[in-house]
Design a protein around this ligand. Structure first.
Ligand code: ACO
Length: 335
């Protein structure tokens, strides 16, 4: 029986910084409202013509992760790409990454689990490694939110929260039973599918119908979110799924060295921090600078935490996410 460990990490965010004050120029909002409710100070948005797409940002993050992993890209056995904002309706963005990285024949698969996408991908990769099927798996989480947000006052409840960016890791086989992914835990609750969703365009609403309707401001083209319901469920599910992981490993919250929550909202992360009695040094937050980058948020935060030397060999690192679906999950890693 094999285990898996992260051997390389990378991240990329577009250069274009959008501050809260920039948003006040285009919608009725304020820096104070956004900071008070979400903790976000600024986010990155792709700029038209800067060459960034969901897949190409993923490629930039992946190249750094592969270089740090010190493996040849030809040794990657599988590409897993987590996103809610793929380049194309089909094919998935995993194969676009494969095209750019020029890796000839490995499988590439997209994971569609929104904010929990990276944890779902990590868990999937861990299973493939545990069975012995694959040795090196490239996992990417990437989002281009800015192109699809309603940047008017009507959309302010959603659009101030999200930012663009990508993170990537290389997960590899290890025979070490100590320093590895200890366990992953996944959940969904489909009864809330439409509470945080982008309904159209979709196969319920094909292009000819959209053209016929001729309404570019149709509300269904933009993400909708029942913010308070999301908040209430998030704090409960984050807590549950972290405890589930700890209990499975016969551990207690005081053994956590670093919690890296999906960067949904700083208030959610602070709630979890208080609930588990963790210090500021034990929870990594960068939502202030990038907003919520959904599937990109955990690998971006993990990369930054590692670059800042906040994760050390032997640490218990806990990853946790909650989001659209609703979906949620956690991963416990002995670093
Ligand atoms: N600027 C100024 N005012 C705003 C804005 C804005 N950007 N957005 C909403 N408002 C107004 C509303 O219109 C409303 O005004 P009204 O009282 O005159 O009707 C008022 O502020 C309060 O609106 P609420 O929606 O009730 O605000 P709330 O306090 O719930 O905060 C928020 C909204 C920040 C979205 C909150 O519900 C939240 O954080 N929810 C969790 C959302 C989240 O984390 N989503 C991401 C996780 S899932 C994922 O990552 C995909």
């Amino acid at each position: 029986m094999y285990n898996s460990k992260i051997i390389g990490m990378g991240m990329y965010v577009p250069e274009n910084v959008v501050t809260n004050d920039d948003l006040t120029d285009i919608m009725d909002t304020s820096h104070d409202w956004i900071v008070e409710r979400t903790g976000i100070q600024e986010r990155r948005h792709i700029k038209k013509g800067d060459g960034n797409t969901t897949a190409t940002m993923g490629v930039k993050a992946a190249k750094i992760a592969i270089e740090r992993a010190q493996i040849d890209k030809k040794d990657i056995d599988l590409i897993l790409f987590a996103t809610l904002s793929p380049d194309y309706y089909f094919p998935g963005s995993g194969v676009i990454v494969q095209q750019h990285l020029e890796i000839p024949n490995c499988p590439a698969m997209d994971i569609r689990n929104q904010c929990s996408g990276f944890i779902y991908a990590l868990s999937t990769a861990d299973q493939f490694i545990k069975t012995g099927m694959y040795e090196n798996i490239l996992i990417i989480g990437s989002e281009n939110h800015s192109g699809g947000l309603d940047m008017t006052t009507r959309g302010r409840g959603v659009s101030v929260i999200f930012g663009d960016g990508a993170g990537a890791v290389v997960l590899s086989r290890t025979e070490d039973t100590d320093k590895c992914i200890l366990s992953t835990h996944l959940h969904s609750e489909g009864q809330f599918a439409e509470e945080l969703a982008l309904i159209g365009p979709s196969t319920n609403r094909w292009v000819p119908e959209i053209i016929e309707a001729n309404d570019p401001m149709d509300i269904s083209y933009y993400p909708n979110m029942n913010g308070q319901l999301v908040f209430k469920n998030a704090v409960v599910r984050f807590s549950e799924v972290i405890m589930e992981g700890l209990q499975q490993n016969q551990m207690t919250p005081d053994q956590i060295d670093m919690l890296i929550p999906h960067q949904a909202n700083l208030r959610i992360s602070q709630f979890i921090q208080r609930k588990f009695g963790l210090s500021d040094d034990q929870v990594y937050n960068n939502i202030m600078r990038y907003g919520n980058t959904t599937a990109g948020s955990i690998p971006i935060a993990l990369t930054e935490a590692w670059e800042e030397d906040k994760i050390k060999s032997g640490d218990l690192v806990v990853l946790a996410a909650f989001g659209s679906g609703f979906t949620w999950g956690s991963a416990l890693i002995r670093w």
